[in-house]
Design a protein around this ligand. Structure first.
Ligand code: C2E
Ligand code: MG
Ligand code: MG
Ligand code: MG
Length: 272
């Protein structure tokens, strides 16, 4: 009986693996054409201050294929492996530059942040491409979100790149802070502007221990003159606790999910 079950399990596992590989191959082979076909879209999730004023937004990519939304978690890792992330990453930055101009024309003056993958960041053309793309932008209203993974290889090179981008007027935010390889020495060495407290800390904030972690991050950020934003805020209670601990900015489903551009514009214009 056990042997039989074991055999069945093996078959099930094999099928899942096959499906997973097929899905990956399908994503890999259709990504290039998807870019040509305009199937990638940026969604925008607003960011708020403690009075619930909108202070900016984060651009998050979606792949819309046959009316179905494919999550970046499903295709970004594949794009990183194949190298397609370089092209896609440039498209994301171009789109952000374009949308900023469009919004400024409509009187929407908001900071926009975009996410950069470590593979994209390490590409030798990255800084040049970024500079070219944001040449005519209002760069004081652009922010780049990176994760600690960009620091694990070639630290000195990463430092130079970050400094160059900051000198160009674009702010740097350290995304998912607390989950990666961050250490105090990194924060001392790298000039960054914002710490984005990972959702996993926000999830745990109800407990005393959970509060201690967030309080520690906030104290450290204050001493280092870094701005702080909490991601993944889902409840009013989390928002209130974060506020009481001194967190400056907030983002999460409590306020809004990421929205398609037109919906986001409506959200901003009707928000008060
Ligand atoms: P991230 O940059 O940390 O983005 C936050 C993720 O959490 C987003 O998922 C967002 O939709 C989700 N989120 C926001 N508020 C809440 C909340 O209150 N509750 C919950 N459960 N989730 C919340 P998304 O858009 O699926 O993106 C996932 C990750 O994929 C991003 O994490 C980022 O690492 C990557 N990604 C997304 N867009 C891009 C992009 O344009 N370029 C690159 N390189 N990576 C991207
Ligand atoms: Mg992000
Ligand atoms: Mg994040
Ligand atoms: Mg995250």
């Amino acid at each position: 009986e056990a042997k039989k079950m074991g055999k069945n399990k093996y078959v099930i596992f094999d099928e899942n693996l096959k499906n997973k590989i097929n899905k990956e191959i399908q994503i890999k082979t259709t990504m290039n054409q998807a870019l040509v076909n305009n199937e990638f879209k940026l969604f925008y999730q607003p960011k708020f201050d403690k009075n619930k004023n909108i202070i900016g937004c984060e651009a998050l990519i979606r792949w819309i294929r046959d009316g179905q939304i494919i999550s970046p978690l499903d295709f970004i890792p594949i794009a990183e492996k194949s190298g397609f992330i370089i092209q896609l990453g440039n498209w994301i930055m171009e789109e952000v530059a374009k949308v900023q101009q469009e919004w400024l024309n409509k009187g929407i003056k908001l900071e926009i942040s975009f996410n950069v993958s470590a593979v994209q960041f390490r590409n030798e053309k990255f800084v040049n491409d970024l500079k070219e793309i944001f040449k005519k932008s209002q760069r004081n209203l652009i922010e780049m979100e990176i994760t600690e993974s960009v620091f694990i290889q070639e630290k000195d090179k990463a430092k130079t790149i970050i400094n160059e981008i900051r000198d160009y007027g674009i702010r740097i935010s350290l995304d998912d802070f607390g989950t990666g390889y961050s250490s105090l020495s990194f924060l001392r060495e790298f000039e960054i502007d914002v710490l984005k407290i990972d959702k996993s800390f926000v999830d745990e904030i109800y407990s005393e221990e959970g509060k201690v972690y967030v309080q520690t991050i906030l104290n450290m950020a204050e001493n280092l003159h870094l701005e702080t934003i909490a991601e993944g805020v889902e409840t009013e209670e989390q928002f209130n606790i974060l506020k009481s601990l001194g967190c400056k900015y907030f983002q999460g489903y409590l306020f809004s999910k990421p929205l398609p551009k037109e919906e986001f514009e409506k959200f901003v214009l009707s928000y008060s």
